[in-house]
Ligand binder design. Structure first.
Ligand code: ZN
Ligand code: ZN
Length: 178
């Protein structure tokens, strides 16, 4: 027998990536940053969120808690409906989830899902080509998200001010949706 392949399944040749955050479970700094389960002591086991482990500061659950609307499909739609800007989520696998994404995808994301970034953006709804978008770090009390939403509002105000100075005859404000 010259088969030198290891007898264990091939996935064990890959670094042990955390199932929650996608970080390398073997390394400390820069790797998995998930909390330890208070019941079983495991780290990075999605099942532990059933054991009373609190979702991370940058999780979907924390985001919903911060905005105060759930589930996620309602949350992102409510932000879009009541504000000039919309907010999207960037998952750690690079996928972007929007208010217009499939509700089954949105609400199928477990609350413990940790995010890579949150995005804020929108257009002026005035027929101009003005648009603004920014992606910022998630969590940490969602300070960056709130700051980005504020920055959007300020940029939009500034744009509208400039439009008025230009004496646009047909200046519309608001979203102009039916
Ligand atoms: Zn982890
Ligand atoms: Zn556990």
């Amino acid at each position: 027998m010259r088969d030198t392949r290891p007898a264990y399944p091939p996935e064990y040749d890959e670094p042990a990536l955390c199932a929650v955050c996608g970080g390398d479970a073997e390394v400390g700094e820069g790797g998995c940053s998930c909390g330890e389960c208070p019941r079983c002591g495991s780290v990075g086991d999605p099942g532990c969120y059933e054991h009373g482990l609190a979702p991370a500061h940058d999780s979907v659950a924390s985001f919903l808690d911060h905005v105060g609307v759930e589930p996620l499909s309602d949350c992102l739609r409510a932000i879009d409906k009541h504000n000039a800007e919309h907010v999207w989520l960037v998952l750690r696998d690079g996928r972007r989830i929007y208010h217009h994404s499939d509700p089954e995808v949105l609400d199928g994301l477990p609350g413990w899902t940790r995010l890579e970034a949150v995005g804020v953006g929108g257009i002026a709804w005035d027929g101009s080509d003005w648009e603004w978008a920014r992606e910022v770090p998630p969590g940490h009390g969602w300070l960056d998200l709130d700051a980005a939403r504020e920055a959007f509002g300020e940029a939009l105000d500034e744009h509208r001010g400039e439009e008025e100075e230009d004496g646009e005859p047909d200046d519309k404000t608001g979203k102009g949706e039916p």
